[in-house]
Design a protein around this ligand. Sequence first.
Ligand code: GZL
Length: 323
Amino acid sequence: MKRLTAVLLAAVMIFALCGCAKHEETKTDSQILLGFSQLGSESSWRIGNTKDIQDQAANYGISLMMENANQKQDKQIDAIRRFIAYRVDVIAFSPIVEDGWDNVLNEAKQAGIPVVLVDRTIRTEDESLYKCLIGADFYSEGVKAAAYLLKKADDLGKDTLNVVEITGTEDSTPMRQRQQGFMDTIAGDERIHVLESVNGDFLKSRGAECMRYLLEKYGDTIDVIYSHNDEMTIGALPEIEKAGFTPGKDMVIISIDGGQEAIDILKQGKINCIVECTPMLGSTLMETVLALKNGEEVPRETHAAEKSFSDYDNLEEIGERGY
Ligand code: GZL
């Protein structure tokens, strides 16, 4: 009988130890796990954003499970499902487009996992599907771009200025709002005529393709290029020069993001205006993750303070950009 008792006691002990060991193998209560779906690596802005999120997760001691969707919405949806299965503490993602997220975010809601939108937003009838948005005010970026153009138009003294627009990814938040802010601001100004808007998908190669198409179609009637990001602008500039024009002089170049490469080109005079859009969202994201884990309320929207730089400024004062 004694032998049986000893065996049973040993079995209970082993079970208990295994149970403890199992608990220690999983994340400790203090360790927070953030699942982040990044939309791609399409621009230096995006690469800077990814690095900043990684750096800040390490800085805040938050474990980061990051997946890159390479510009595919269905890969983002798959990643979010994996985060749910893994039972991360918080899900964050930068939605490549605004529509098509309700089903997967309902699954996150059912699982009780809070969702944070980073950089871009979504369109949904159910506001409870995400806790907050951390990102730029893209509409005001479009307004700033147009405000520069109106000031330039006054200085140029021309009766007519023909604009071509190279837009970012169709149906993405920055594309929709940068276009709306720009068009609303130039509306009613008889001098400004938009010849055409073409989709460059925020890619350098597509920016070049768009510029070739626009130059073949409109040639020297183009006075202004409004490009939704530096990557596409940098792709377009050589095409302008190959066609025999001097960017920044023969054609006014307005761009958005403000990465180092574009700022250097601005200082050379080949870009006239760059509206800043900072990718450094990592620390705000980590503060938000900590607040959510502590059961605190968070602001519904957090926009970074952003400037614009142009040939009206003392460009030598612009420091290192970090992306
Ligand atoms: C803006 C971001 C945009 C950048 C592009 O916050 O979503 O996507 O302007 C990037 O460079 O591709």
